[in-house]
Write a protein of this length. Sequence first.
Length: 372
Amino acid sequence: MTATIDIIAGARPNFMKIAPIIRAMEARMAAGAPLAYRLVHTGQHYDSKMSGDFFTQLGIPEPHRNLEVGSGTQAEQTGSIMTRYEALLLESRSALCLVVGDVTSTMACAIAAQKLCVPVAHVEAGIRSGDWTMPEEINRMVTDSITNLFFTTSEVANQNLRRSGVPEDRIHFVGNTMIDTLLANMDRLRPPRFWGELGLEAGEYFVTTLHRPANVDSAASFDRLLRAISDGVRGKKVVFPVHPRTAKTMREVGVVPPSFLLVDPQPYLEFNYLVRHAKAVITDSGGVTEETTVMGVPCMTLRTSTERPETVSLGTNELLGVDPASLAPALDRLFAGEWKRGQVPPLWDGKTSERIVAVLERVLPLASVTPR
Ligand code: UD1
């Protein structure tokens, strides 16, 4: 009997994680495997720049259902996603709900599914920052507390899950689907249209992304951060694709230092082209620290913790904290040519999605994995 798996995507960092899973699943379906999927977009991100462009560039098929939840507070978004996904499951039940990452949609769909006894698989399970002020950390903990099948990116994640009592046979260390997408698209990366107009040259500019509330929700501290970056980059340009949340604070800041080239959120291929050729990246994103690690680009993270410690212990990433004063000495080391070179973590090899689909095929029907 064919088992239909719901694949959930809601926000920008989900799209690059589901694309290769869908491709791997379609390959097995074409080979006759008894699998089917239903792609559910929650609508948490809805702009073409935050969502549609990623579907087009990464060849993700049109979602079977868009729940169209749109913007709101954490609780409003969680509630709407749960209500609308529950209605979909009641209308037509799936055999498994597969969620990825740590966004609000991940947690909300996992709860709605599990309450209807639809088992949950979580891709990127087990990672923890330990920082409960981040909504993503709450999403990770809640999701993993009701997950049946755990797909992990690192040995640290495996250990976190074991420590919380997850049985060994539920943990599948498969690697990183986001890196599947990066490696599959490395040859397709292309410069944004403004590359020539702005006179950008490889190795001669920085890329910055900032969107965490701790960095961007207060205009005064955001302003200090922008000045510290600008003061430290020694006249080089800083390309800054501005997240919608950051754009609101940017309008309050007034004068942005002239080193910054403010641009819209970039599509996948253009963004990673910019990263690949940057002198370094200054960010508060989690996913970007994984991509810089694989591309060997120096990365400075403006956070006090990370749920991806392998990007620091093995990769090119360093945690600087949220005090802008930490930037100057880090940039001095970069300009002195003293930044670490890093290596790629185990199993981040472009084949993670195939491993995930192989596990799914093996455990279907899912009677064997529920209840935990
Ligand atoms: C979400 C994720 C975060 C991820 C980030 C990447 C959660 C808890 N957080 O945060 O992990 O790193 O996405 O982008 O899920 N907005 C638009 N257009 C859109 C989407 C959002 O203008 O297409 C606006 C919203 O109205 C809101 C702001 O951007 O004002 C923030 O969006 P939201 O979905 O609440 O969370 P993010 O900060 O994007």
